[in-house]
Design a protein around this ligand. Sequence first.
Ligand code: UDP
Length: 235
Amino acid sequence: TRNNFTFIQHDVTRELPLLGRVDYIFHLASPASVVDYQKYPEETALVNSQGTQMLLKYAKTYSAQFLFASTSEIYGDPLEHPQKETYWGNVNPNGVRACYDESKRFGEMMTMQYVRTHDLDARIIRIFNTYGPRMRKTDGRVVSNFINQALEERPLTIYGDGKQTRSFCYVSDLVDGIMKAMFSLKTKGEVFNLGNPEEYQVIELAKKIKTMTQSQSSIVFNDLPKDDPTRRQPN
Ligand code: UDP
């Protein structure tokens, strides 16, 4: 505890400690990097399903406002482009990414169910690719990988042919969006895509980072991971 701030380390799939008062719950407790959730697939599936239900129950106890951090991954390999909030997605239900995609979809369902059944003041955000300061160096995501590789003059590892696209949001913009989704009026029961609509091919990103860091690194092409979405852009 420091400056009115108390940090409690707790597994949200287990019964939560009772507190005097809870006003707002931001549920962001899940690995989000492909590398991380592949390492902990069952834990990832449970924190987004069982963990979400546990926190919704908790929010109901305190009549707290609730925000569930979902993901652009719930669109799978999208057939609609750019992705609107009303799109249902194209997801492999039992593939290697399903521990993440399907548990986030379950979490969305349960969040909306609590709005309908229990009149809970809850909303869903779908976070698209995000980058910025204090990202872990070994996060495994494309932006941090390329920057580290470029700075260390190692080859930039493109997965597949690099023609797949992503749209990258700066972290402080994402945080603004998260705050607005929670604290604006009439957000109860709403779903928000949060991301930057400018779309880049992965190979364009590699070249841009090479130029910006003035790196002599080469670019190598590795195998594309399974079920890697070909396009992603929030509407
Ligand atoms: N990627 C890549 N090289 C890397 C890391 C990722 O080419 O070193 C690709 C990855 O295959 C995907 C895109 O970059 O098409 C974004 O991957 P990331 O893991 O950053 O986020 P995702 O959108 O897959 O959650």
